[in-house]
Write a protein that binds this ligand. Structure first.
Ligand code: PLP
Length: 392
């Protein structure tokens, strides 16, 4: 099967580049190659493009352009937020609170900071995958400086009550960071009004190019750089700017802002069709994570008794030309291992290994969803009859 005929339902892993984004980027891969730090005309053209992109990202978030620092990924934005605060305030008598369901870009950074002396408390979600503000509040201490809880989880799609969590953090005297890599473009932000101090995003999750991200830093939040050099990005992220990709991120942000209301309604409809069909027509299917507090295009499913065969479901879908994902891991290095997110929600190791993640995006159609549902029902039925055992 040619890739163009493939049904792509893995938008939480990455999204295809929107042709309108590609079009905006093209001149900056070609004639507009100047270095934005140069004073001559080609340099000034590149600088203008970078600042335009900054404005577009700020607009999507309801922030000021000077509160946006560009990075090379969502991972780097998370590293800069956590390590940057730690470097600014010092590593001793300093306590951070994070949730147990954060992306490794946060959890591994916390492990690194812990080795350097920061105390870390990890808060568990409830059985629906929701991190309660009360649980965060009770983890706060006098020396807590930062709370970090993601805006939406990449495995379950569960949207977190970040405003309530941020209020709890502020009441305890701590700043609040959110990894919004999965949420930006799918839920609206107005950071001028919301109690969020730091927010990470990634371009390739919103139909922009890979290898570029941003960190929103509310004015007045102390932060030291983690990458040192020529002082770009107000000294917070040195390195010559990836101009074409930043132009792509800017255009992707602009399109997300324009199209979000209609697109999220459309995706919600497709998502709910999958949830309803599987509930009614696929024996033993269950939804993982909160039923309604979830991203518009995100479904995470388990199939009772078939959890050890989740990889077979994925491979059979792939054979039928449908790309979905296992909920069990965020990197191919860990494929087949129990998901730490589902374990934190109280799933036993077998069930935590066996979920199927379907994440819809721009370009997915009703017809694709119907085809997927037919194929899925028949794969699950074959597995239940044992007629696919030869695939194991
Ligand atoms: N945070 C979350 C919640 C993610 O889902 C991801 C990527 O999957 C990242 C951070 C990392 O973003 P990037 O791929 O831009 O490094």
């Amino acid at each position: 099967m040619e890739l163009k005929d493939y049904i792509y339902f893995d938008h939480s892993a990455t999204t295809p580049l929107d042709p309108r984004v590609r079009e905006a980027m093209a001149p900056f891969l070609d004639q507009h190659f100047g270095n934005p730090s140069s004073l001559h005309t080609p340099g000034r053209v590149a600088r203008e493009a970078v600042e335009c992109a900054r404005g577009q990202v700020a607009h999507l978030l309801g922030a000021q352009p000077n509160e946006i620092v560009f990075t090379a990924s969502g991972t780097e934005a998370n590293n800069l937020a956590l390590t940057g605060v730690a470097e600014a305030i010092g590593f001793h008598d300093c306590h951070f609170v994070v949730s147990a369901i954060e992306h490794p870009a946060v959890l591994e950074t916390c492990r690194y900071l812990q080795d350097r002396g920061i105390e870390i408390t990890t808060v568990l979600p409830d059985a629906d995958g929701v991190v309660a503000a009360e649980a965060v509040a009770s983890a706060l201490r006098a020396e807590t400086r930062l709370v970090s809880v993601m805006a939406a989880n990449n495995v379950t799609g569960v949207v977190q009550p970040i405003e309530a969590i941020a209020d709890a953090a502020h009441n305890g005297g701590a700043w609040f960071h959110t990894d919004a890599v999965q949420a930006v473009g799918k839920r609206s932000f107005n950071l001028a009004q919301q109690p969020i101090d730091l927010l990470s995003l990634s371009s390739h999750k919103i139909h922009g190019p890979k290898g570029v991200g941003a960190l929103y830093i509310r004015q007045g939040i102390p932060l030291q750089p983690v990458i040192h050099g020529g002082g770009q990005e107000r000294g917070l992220r040195s390195g010559t700017e990836n101009v074409a990709s930043l132009v792509g991120l800017g255009r992707a942000a602009e399109l997300a802002a324009l199209e979000m209301p209609e697109e999220t309604t459309r995706l919600r409809g497709l998502r709910d069709r999958i949830i309803q069909f599987t509930r009614e027509r696929v024996p033993g299917a269950y939804l993982v994570g909160h039923a309604t507090q979830r991203l518009p295009g995100h479904v995470c499913l388990g199939f009772a008794g078939l959890e050890p065969k989740a990889i077979q479901v994925l491979l059979a879908l792939d054979e039928a030309g449908i790309a979905a994902s296992s909920g069990s891991a965020c990197s191919s290095n860990h494929a087949g291992e129990p998901s730490s997110v589902l374990r934190a929600m109280g799933f036993d190791p077998i069930r935590a290994r066996g979920s199927l993640r379907i994440t819809l995006g721009r370009g997915n159609t009703e017809a694709e969803v119907e085809r997927f549902l037919d194929v899925l029902a028949s794969i699950v039925s074959d597995l239940r009859k044992g007629s696919m055992d030869s695939r194991s």
